[in-house]
Design a binder for this molecule. Structure first.
Ligand code: HEM
Length: 412
């Protein structure tokens, strides 16, 4: 009996082991059963490890490769694929999307176009600005600014300063040491001087803040360090934005105020041809303003002034009906920076003549009066008109101030 039970138990155990073994082997049978149904990419599965006879096989994770179409890039239309197609063969490869972004293609943005016309455009499409390569607009602008406006602007300003330094150290201040007669002529009225100096102060604030924004990183940043330089440029940029409108108003006022005396007159050509008497002892005669001043008026105040002001107002987003998109701002900035460099070069000359470059000039705009001898030396035709009574010697006060002897009135 005992023997019979042992045999029975052994048979039961064998049967159970055989059953478990049969359970583990279903796939092999199924695979071998239908090879045709496997998806195409699966052909890329690594062949089973040699000698592996079915069941779960261990595999080094580093050997597990994503189902990548090994020769995806050999597809002739590989570069034409859109992102969806690319992800089908190379999951996670978004090169088509980024190529589209780089080419300026517009993507989806939920922002209303009226408020954010460019929200869907991450990188602007390729353009070629003067002096740049054909590349994305942002890069093209950067090239024009860093390869043209900054280096050539700096060179222009340096040449202007060096030329004036050369003039000063070779010729010194222009004008003779003439004896004052004591008789004064009013050259600039208080209104003209107020308009001039508010304009001059606004211009100097704009020029200095503009120069720091353009060149500060080369000569201030290394000395001051990032934090302080960042703070300084932020303050100066704010001053620049607020001084702009003041400069606009005062520029228009001085243009209209001095316009009538800046038209071509007798003696202007002779003045130009003799370079204003620079290489001789005497300055050729001129009316209230000589040809050099008229040149600065039309080139500096009118032409460059208009370009700098209009482009500045656009960058301040103060001009209505303009589409303030990146392209507009890039072009406006290039125009503004170029015209501003030229204007600064022109007015460095004006400021030199208006301070140390000509004796008595500064006093004329500072106090408004010049001595008759100064007027005779520098603006002979203007002096003759005053002597002839065509122009009052004093314009800001009533004519009655001329004394009984008919001599010119002396300011109090
Ligand atoms: C610190 C800066 C400046 C100084 C020291 C300065 C100095 C002078 C002086 C001394 C005169 C009188 C010249 C004469 O008697 O014939 C003058 C005239 C004049 N200045 Fe300035 N100036 C400066 C900035 C400016 C700026 C920024 C502008 C315009 C953007 C300007 C526009 C004029 C005009 C229009 C005249 C009258 C002469 C003419 O119409 O041709 N000045 N300046």
């Amino acid at each position: 009996m005992r023997r019979f039970l042992d045999v029975l138990a052994a048979a039961a155990l064998t049967l159970a082991a055989a059953g478990a073994f049969a359970q583990a082997q279903p796939a092999a049978s199924a695979a071998t059963a239908m090879p045709a149904a496997k998806p195409a990419v699966q052909e890329d599965l690594p062949p089973p490890a040699p000698g592996a006879a079915g069941g779960i096989q261990g595999q080094n994770i580093f050997d597990v490769k994503p189902e990548v179409k090994r020769d995806a890039s050999s597809d002739p239309d590989y570069l034409k694929q859109n992102n969806g197609q690319r992800n089908a063969v190379q999951p996670g490869n978004n090169a088509p999307m980024w190529r589209g972004v780089q080419a300026g293609k517009e993507g989806y943005s939920s922002l209303p176009k009226s408020e954010a016309p460019e929200a869907g455009i991450l990188i602007q499409g390729p353009v070629q600005y003067p002096g740049s390569r054909l590349t994305s607009a942002g890069e093209a602008w950067r090239q024009v600014r860093n390869q043209w406006v900054i280096p050539y602007g700096a060179a222009l300003l340096a040449i202007a300063v060096l030329a004036l330094a050369l003039l000063y150290f070779t010729k010194g201040p222009l004008g003779q040491h003439t004896q004052d007669t004591g008789r004064k002529i009013e050259r600039f009225t208080p209104f003209e001087r107020a308009a001039h100096w508010s304009n001059a102060i606004a211009f100097c604030a704009l020029a200095i803040s503009g120069l720091v924004m353009a060149f500060g990183k080369f000569f201030l940043l290394p000395v001051m360090g990032l934090t302080l330089f960042g703070f300084l440029t932020y303050v100066l940029k704010t001053i620049h934005n607020f001084m702009g409108p003041l400069f606009v108003v005062s520029l228009v006022i001085i243009f209209l105020t001095f316009l009538k005396d800046n038209f071509p007159q007798r003696g202007d050509l002779r003045w130009i041809l003799s370079a204003g008497g620079l290489f001789s002892k005497h300055e050729p005669p001129s009316y209230r303003f000589n040809a050099g001043e008229k040149g600065i008026f039309w080139l500096g105040v009118f032409l460059l002034g208009t370009i700098v002001v209009v482009s500045g107002l656009v960058m301040d987003k103060l001009v209505p009906t303009i589409d303030y998109v990146r392209g507009t701002m890039q072009v406006t900035h290039m125009v503004h920076a170029t015209a501003a460099m030229a204007m600064m070069a022109v007015f460095i000359g004006h400021i030199y003549m208006g301070t140390i470059g000509m004796r008595g000039a500064y006093g004329a705009m500072r106090r408004g009066w010049v001595d008759e001898s100064w007027a005779k030396e520098h603006h002979a035709y203007w002096y003759e008109d005053i002597k002839a009574g065509k122009i009052p010697a004093e314009r800001s006060r009533p004519v009655a101030m001329v004394d009984k002897s008919g001599d010119l009135a002396r300011p109090a």
